[in-house]
Design a binder for this molecule. Structure first.
Ligand SMILES: [Zn+2]
Ligand SMILES: [Zn+2]
Length: 165
Protein backbone atom coordinates (compact mmCIF):
# COMPACT_ATOMS: atom_id res chain seq x y z
CA UNK A 1 0.00 0.00 0.00
CA UNK A 2 1.56 3.32 -1.03
CA UNK A 3 2.01 5.62 1.90
CA UNK A 4 2.33 8.87 -0.06
CA UNK A 5 -0.40 11.42 0.49
CA UNK A 6 0.39 14.06 -2.11
CA UNK A 7 -1.32 17.35 -1.46
CA UNK A 8 -0.09 19.90 -3.99
CA UNK A 9 -0.59 19.75 -7.74
CA UNK A 10 3.18 19.44 -8.12
CA UNK A 11 3.22 16.41 -5.83
CA UNK A 12 0.43 14.76 -7.79
CA UNK A 13 2.18 15.41 -11.10
CA UNK A 14 5.47 14.03 -9.77
CA UNK A 15 3.87 10.94 -8.28
CA UNK A 16 1.89 10.43 -11.49
CA UNK A 17 5.13 10.41 -13.48
CA UNK A 18 6.64 7.83 -11.10
CA UNK A 19 3.52 5.66 -11.44
CA UNK A 20 3.80 5.86 -15.24
CA UNK A 21 7.43 4.72 -15.02
CA UNK A 22 7.00 2.00 -12.40
CA UNK A 23 4.53 -0.88 -13.08
CA UNK A 24 4.86 -2.06 -9.46
CA UNK A 25 3.84 1.34 -8.11
CA UNK A 26 1.00 1.48 -10.67
CA UNK A 27 -0.34 -1.86 -9.48
CA UNK A 28 -0.34 -0.62 -5.88
CA UNK A 29 -2.29 2.52 -6.84
CA UNK A 30 -4.73 0.58 -9.02
CA UNK A 31 -5.36 -1.71 -6.04
CA UNK A 32 -5.82 1.32 -3.82
CA UNK A 33 -8.39 2.72 -6.27
CA UNK A 34 -10.22 -0.59 -6.56
CA UNK A 35 -10.42 -0.94 -2.79
CA UNK A 36 -12.28 2.36 -2.88
CA UNK A 37 -14.72 0.95 -5.41
CA UNK A 38 -13.28 2.84 -8.39
CA UNK A 39 -13.11 1.43 -11.90
CA UNK A 40 -9.62 1.81 -13.36
CA UNK A 41 -9.07 1.67 -17.12
CA UNK A 42 -5.78 -0.04 -17.98
CA UNK A 43 -4.12 2.92 -19.72
CA UNK A 44 -5.16 5.69 -17.32
CA UNK A 45 -2.34 8.22 -16.76
CA UNK A 46 -0.69 8.02 -13.32
CA UNK A 47 -1.60 11.61 -12.53
CA UNK A 48 -5.29 10.91 -13.13
CA UNK A 49 -5.11 7.70 -11.09
CA UNK A 50 -3.76 9.64 -8.09
CA UNK A 51 -6.50 12.26 -8.47
CA UNK A 52 -9.21 9.58 -8.59
CA UNK A 53 -7.96 8.00 -5.36
CA UNK A 54 -7.62 11.36 -3.58
CA UNK A 55 -11.07 12.52 -4.67
CA UNK A 56 -12.59 9.30 -3.40
CA UNK A 57 -10.71 9.65 -0.10
CA UNK A 58 -12.30 13.10 0.31
CA UNK A 59 -15.75 11.69 -0.35
CA UNK A 60 -15.14 8.80 2.03
CA UNK A 61 -14.52 11.28 4.83
CA UNK A 62 -18.13 12.33 4.47
CA UNK A 63 -19.22 8.83 5.39
CA UNK A 64 -17.18 5.73 6.10
CA UNK A 65 -19.50 3.66 8.29
CA UNK A 66 -21.73 1.10 6.65
CA UNK A 67 -25.45 1.79 7.03
CA UNK A 68 -27.68 -1.15 7.93
CA UNK A 69 -30.25 -0.73 5.18
CA UNK A 70 -32.37 -3.83 4.75
CA UNK A 71 -34.63 -3.80 1.70
CA UNK A 72 -36.58 -6.44 -0.19
CA UNK A 73 -35.85 -6.43 -3.92
CA UNK A 74 -36.34 -8.36 -7.15
CA UNK A 75 -33.09 -9.92 -8.34
CA UNK A 76 -32.02 -8.39 -11.66
CA UNK A 77 -30.15 -11.57 -12.56
CA UNK A 78 -32.56 -14.43 -11.75
CA UNK A 79 -35.79 -12.45 -11.35
CA UNK A 80 -36.76 -13.94 -7.98
CA UNK A 81 -38.26 -11.86 -5.21
CA UNK A 82 -35.73 -11.52 -2.43
CA UNK A 83 -37.17 -10.95 1.07
CA UNK A 84 -35.75 -8.74 3.83
CA UNK A 85 -32.71 -10.16 5.60
CA UNK A 86 -34.06 -9.53 9.09
CA UNK A 87 -31.14 -9.65 11.49
CA UNK A 88 -28.76 -8.43 8.75
CA UNK A 89 -29.22 -6.39 5.57
CA UNK A 90 -29.97 -8.67 2.63
CA UNK A 91 -27.55 -7.10 0.12
CA UNK A 92 -27.41 -9.85 -2.51
CA UNK A 93 -29.64 -12.57 -3.95
CA UNK A 94 -29.63 -15.74 -1.79
CA UNK A 95 -30.10 -17.98 -4.83
CA UNK A 96 -27.77 -16.68 -7.57
CA UNK A 97 -25.67 -14.45 -5.22
CA UNK A 98 -25.71 -11.52 -7.65
CA UNK A 99 -26.11 -7.97 -6.38
CA UNK A 100 -26.38 -4.44 -7.73
CA UNK A 101 -23.84 -1.63 -7.68
CA UNK A 102 -25.90 0.85 -5.66
CA UNK A 103 -23.58 1.65 -2.74
CA UNK A 104 -20.25 3.42 -2.41
CA UNK A 105 -20.10 2.60 1.29
CA UNK A 106 -22.39 -0.33 2.25
CA UNK A 107 -25.97 0.91 2.58
CA UNK A 108 -25.40 4.50 1.43
CA UNK A 109 -27.05 3.99 -2.02
CA UNK A 110 -24.67 6.69 -3.28
CA UNK A 111 -23.44 4.86 -6.39
CA UNK A 112 -25.05 6.14 -9.57
CA UNK A 113 -24.00 3.06 -11.57
CA UNK A 114 -26.74 0.53 -10.75
CA UNK A 115 -24.88 -2.19 -12.72
CA UNK A 116 -25.01 -5.92 -12.04
CA UNK A 117 -22.48 -7.07 -9.43
CA UNK A 118 -21.24 -10.46 -10.58
CA UNK A 119 -19.97 -12.82 -7.84
CA UNK A 120 -16.40 -13.94 -8.62
CA UNK A 121 -14.99 -15.82 -5.67
CA UNK A 122 -14.96 -16.21 -1.90
CA UNK A 123 -12.44 -14.64 0.44
CA UNK A 124 -12.11 -14.62 4.24
CA UNK A 125 -13.39 -11.29 5.61
CA UNK A 126 -13.28 -9.90 9.14
CA UNK A 127 -15.11 -12.57 11.10
CA UNK A 128 -16.99 -13.73 8.01
CA UNK A 129 -16.68 -15.29 4.60
CA UNK A 130 -17.02 -12.66 1.88
CA UNK A 131 -18.16 -12.82 -1.73
CA UNK A 132 -15.99 -10.72 -4.03
CA UNK A 133 -17.82 -8.97 -6.86
CA UNK A 134 -17.06 -7.05 -10.01
CA UNK A 135 -19.56 -4.65 -11.54
CA UNK A 136 -20.51 -5.70 -15.07
CA UNK A 137 -21.14 -2.05 -16.03
CA UNK A 138 -18.27 -0.03 -14.56
CA UNK A 139 -15.79 -2.68 -13.41
CA UNK A 140 -15.77 -1.58 -9.75
CA UNK A 141 -14.86 -4.18 -7.15
CA UNK A 142 -17.17 -4.90 -4.21
CA UNK A 143 -17.61 -7.40 -1.40
CA UNK A 144 -20.55 -8.70 0.61
CA UNK A 145 -20.46 -11.22 3.43
CA UNK A 146 -21.99 -14.64 2.87
CA UNK A 147 -25.38 -14.60 4.62
CA UNK A 148 -25.80 -18.11 5.93
CA UNK A 149 -27.61 -17.32 9.18
CA UNK A 150 -30.76 -15.55 7.95
CA UNK A 151 -34.30 -16.90 7.65
CA UNK A 152 -33.62 -17.21 3.91
CA UNK A 153 -29.89 -18.03 3.88
CA UNK A 154 -27.55 -18.01 0.87
CA UNK A 155 -27.96 -21.23 -1.10
CA UNK A 156 -25.11 -23.49 0.11
CA UNK A 157 -24.78 -25.06 -3.35
CA UNK A 158 -24.36 -21.63 -4.97
CA UNK A 159 -21.73 -20.68 -2.38
CA UNK A 160 -19.93 -23.99 -2.91
CA UNK A 161 -19.99 -23.47 -6.68
CA UNK A 162 -18.31 -20.09 -6.13
CA UNK A 163 -15.54 -21.51 -3.95
CA UNK A 164 -14.91 -24.23 -6.51
CA UNK A 165 -14.84 -21.76 -9.40
ZN1 LIG B 1 -30.81 -13.92 -8.13
ZN1 LIG C 1 -20.90 -0.26 -11.37
Amino acid sequence: MPSESPKSRGDIKQLGARIDADPELRRAWVLRAEQRGLAVESGVPGKKLVRMVLDRADQAQVRTNPIARDEAFTCVQCGRDVPLGGKRPRDHCPWCLHSRHVDVVPGDRAATCGGLLVPLRLEPGSGSLDILYRCASCGAAARNRVLDDLAVPDDPAAVRALSAG
